[in-house]
Design a protein around this ligand. Structure first.
Ligand code: C2O
Length: 575
C-alpha cells in the first residue's frame, strides 16, 4: 500500500495516526473518509548551526507533521494555539470549494486564532491529488510552521506513470539563527531589506556545507534499480531554488498537484509556493560513491538571498558502511541564470489526457492587467529609513500596496459589513500607464488601500501580470488561493495586447496555483471564478507580501444552492 512507503523517521506522529485511519478503509471504498488531525501549536527547542532556539512548532515537530489523505477525503484539523502569537494555517493549493472559511490567510478569510483558542479547519479534497503543503499564514510564522500535505489518488486509482518503489517528501525551508518574527518586525520598522536567513534546509536540515551542521544532514538511502517519487516542496520564504542530484537524471511528472507531460532534467526550478513531483531512477548497480542532492537560490533583481547551498546525501544501501566513498556534487546553474529558468518553464505542459483534461477557459468574460513590483513609501516623520534614498521599501499591484484590515474580509463580505473594511474598486489596469520595463519613473511612491476585484460567479478571467523595473526587474512567484490557473502565455518586456495573445497556448498550458512571473516580463493566466469567497493573491516571496504585494478577489455566490459559500462554522475566530 502506497502509504506505508511514506513512512519516515522525521514525521512519526501523524504517520501512525494515518496508518490507523487507512487500516479502516474498506478496500473498494469510493467516497472519501473523514480524517481527524490535531495541531497543537507550541514552542520547542531546536538546534541548527550550533544555535539553539525556541521556535513555534506544530506538535513539537520541525518541519511540522505530514498530512496524508486521499482525493475525496474530508479533513478536520483542530489547531490549538498555545503560544503568544496569533496563528492561522493555510492549506496551500487546496481549492476549498465553498469552504473559504478553512482557507487560512489571516484577516482575509478568518481572524487569527488567539492565544488559548482553537479552530477546526473543515474541508473536503475535491478533484485533487498530488503534493501540496500547509503553512502558517500570518506574519513570518511560516518560517517554522509548515509541512507536507500529500493527497493520494482514490483507492485503486493508479498514477499516470509506473508505480514508484517509494515516495519521499523533500521540503525546502529557510533557517534563521535569530527569531524570524524579529527579522520582519525590524525590516518593517526601518524600511530596509530584512536580514537574510542563515541557511536553506531540506526537511529542516541545512546539511554539511554550513558550519556546525554536518550532523544535521538529510540522508536518502536507496536501493539500486528502483524508481523513487520525490515530492519536492518549496516552503522557503524568500527564494526560488535550483535543485539537482549529482549523476542522476530526474523525470518531472507533476507540478502543484497536477499531472504534467513527463520530461527529463538534471535540475529543477521551484519557486516558493510551488510543488514538483519527480521520479528518481536509481542506478542498476550499487556505485562506489555517494551523491549530493543540493539546492541554492535563483536570484533576480534585488533578491533577498544568502549565497549558500543546502545539501542532502543520496546513498545506496550497503555501500557506505564498507569504506569512505567519494562524494559527487551536482553542478547547479549560476545564481541569475534566467535562460535556464525560461527553458525549464517552457517544458511544463499539462498532461491534457482524456482522464486528466486541461479545461482551459476558451472564452474570456473579463480581462485584467496588473503591474507587479517594488516601490517605496515615505519614511515616518523624524525618522531615517533604510530603504532606497532614505525611504521605506514597499510593493504594489497597479500601484496599490495592500493594507491589511483589522477584521477578516470574508466575514465582512458574508455579513454585509464591508463598509470601512474594503473597497470593491481594485483597478482593472494601471491608472497611469508607463513603460513598465523601461527606465524606471522618477516617482517610485506607491499608493495603498484594501481594494478587491468583485467577480460574478463563473466569470472567466484572463489576467496579465506585468513585472515592473521600478526598483529593478525581479521574478515574482505569484500564488492564487481558491483556484488553479492556466499559464496561457509569458514573455519578456512589456506585454503587447495586439500581438502576444496570438501565441497563447489554449491546448495544454501548465495548470498550477503558483507561477514565477518572469523578471522584466509578463505572464498571462486564465481561471474560471467558480468558487464563491474571498481569495487572496500574492507574491509568495514573504518579504514582498509583507511590503504589500498582494490583493484579493471577491467571487460572488451563484444562483443555484450548490454555488453559494457555506455559512461560517461556529468556532470561527473573532478579531
Ligand atoms: Cu502559500 Cu497565501 O500562501
Amino acid at each position: 500500500m502506497g502509504v506505508f512507503l511514506l513512512s519516515s523517521p522525521a514525521f512519526p506522529g501523524v504517520f501512525l495516526f494515518t496508518l490507523i485511519n487507512l487500516c479502516l478503509i474498506p478496500e473498494l471504498a469510493v467516497a472519501g473518509i473523514t480524517r481527524h488531525y490535531k495541531f497543537d501549536v507550541n514552542f520547542q527547542n531546536v538546534t541548527r548551526l550550533c544555535h539553539t532556539k525556541s521556535i513555534v512548532t506544530v506538535n513539537g515537530q520541525f518541519p511540522g507533521p505530514r498530512i496524508v489523505a486521499r482525493e475525496g477525503d474530508h479533513l478536520l484539523i483542530k489547531v490549538v494555539n498555545h503560544v503568544q502569537n496569533n496563528i492561522s494555517i493555510h492549506w496551500h493549493g487546496i481549492r476549498q470549494l465553498r469552504s473559504g472559511w478553512a482557507d487560512g490567510p489571516a484577516y482575509v478569510t478568518q481572524c487569527p486564532i488567539q492565544t488559548g483558542n482553537s479552530y477546526v479547519y473543515n474541508f473536503t479534497i475535491v478533484g485533487q491529488r498530488g503534493t501540496l503543503f500547509w503553512h502558517a499564514h500570518i506574519s513570518w510564522l511560516r518560517a517554522t510552521l509548515y509541512g507536507p500535505l500529500i493527497i493520494l489518488p482514490k483507492q485503486g486509482v493508479p498514477y499516470p506513470f509506473a508505480k514508484p518503489y517509494k515516495e519521499v517528501p523533500i521540503i525546502f525551508g529557510e533557517w534563521w539563527n535569530t527569531d524570524p518574527e524579529a527579522v520582519i518586525t525590524q525590516a518593517l520598522q526601518t524600511g530596509g531589506g530584512p536580514n537574510v536567513s542563515d541557511a536553506y534546509t531540506i526537511n529542516g536540515l541545512p546539511g554539511p556545507l554550513y558550519n556546525c551542521s554536518a550532523k544535521d544532514t538529510f540522508r536518502l538511502k536507496v536501493r539500486p534499480g528502483k524508481t523513487y517519487l520525490l515530492r519536492l516542496i518549496n516552503a522557503a520564504l524568500n527564494d526560488e531554488l535550483f535543485f539537482s542530484i549529482a549523476n542522476h537524471t530526474l523525470t518531472v511528472v507533476e507540478a502543484d498537484a497536477i499531472y504534467i507531460k513527463p520530461f527529463e532534467t538534471d535540475t529543477v526550478v521551484i519557486t516558493p509556493g510551488q510543488t514538483t513531483n519527480v521520479l528518481l531512477k536509481t542506478k542498476n548497480h550499487i556505485p562506489n560513491a555517494t551523491f549530493f542532492m543540493s539546492a541554492r537560490p535563483y536570484v533576480t533583481g534585488l533578491g533577498t538571498f544568502d549565497n549558500s547551498t543546502v545539501a542532502g546525501i543520496l546513498e545506496y544501501q550497503y555501500s557506505s558502511s564498507i569504506k569512505k566513498l567519494p562524494l559527487f556534487k551536482p553542478v547547479l546553474p549560476p545564481l541569475n541564470d534566467t535562460s535556464f529558468v525560461t527553458n525549464f518553464t517552457a517544458k511544463l505542459r499539462s498532461l491534457a489526457s482524456a482522464q486528466f483534461p486541461a479545461n482551459v477557459p476558451q472564452k474570456v468574460d473579463k480581462r485584467f492587467f496588473f503591474t507587479i513590483g517594488l516601490g517605496t513609501s515615505p519614511c515616518h516623520k523624524n525618522q531615517t529609513c533604510q530603504g532606497p534614498n532614505g525611504t521605506m521599501f514597499a510593493a504594489s499591484m497597479n500601484n496599490v500596496s495592500f493594507a491589511v484590515p483589522t477584521t477578516a474580509l470574508l466575514q465582512a463580505h458574508f455579513f454585509g459589513q464591508s463598509n470601512g473594511v474594503y473597497q470593491p474598486d481594485f483597478p482593472t489596469s494601471p491608472i497611469f500607464p508607463f513603460n513598465y520595463t523601461g527606465n524606471p519613473p522618477n516617482n517610485t511612491m506607491v499608493g495603498n488601500g484594501t481594494k478587491l476585484v468583485v467577480l460574478p460567479f463563473n466569470t472567466s478571467v484572463e489576467l496579465v501580470m506585468q513585472d515592473t523595473s521600478i526598483l529593478g526587474a525581479e521574478s515574482h512567484p505569484f500564488h492564487l488561493h481558491g483556484f488553479n490557473f492556466f499559464v496561457v502565455g509569458q514573455g519578456f518586456g512589456n506585454f503587447d495586447p495586439n500581438k502576444d495573445p496570438a501565441n497563447f497556448n489554449l491546448v495544454d498550458p501548465i495548470e498550477r496555483n503558483t507561477m514565477g512571473v518572469p523578471s522584466g516580463g509578463w505572464a498571462a493566466i486564465r481561471f474560471l471564478a467558480d468558487n464563491p469567497g474571498v481569495w487572496f493573491m500574492h507574491c509568495h516571496l514573504e518579504i514582498h507580501t509583507s511590503w504589500g504585494l498582494k490583493m484579493a478577489w471577491l467571487v460572488l455566490d451563484g444562483k443555484l444552492p450548490n454555488q453559494k459559500l457555506l455559512p461560517p462554522p461556529a468556532d470561527l475566530p473573532k478579531c
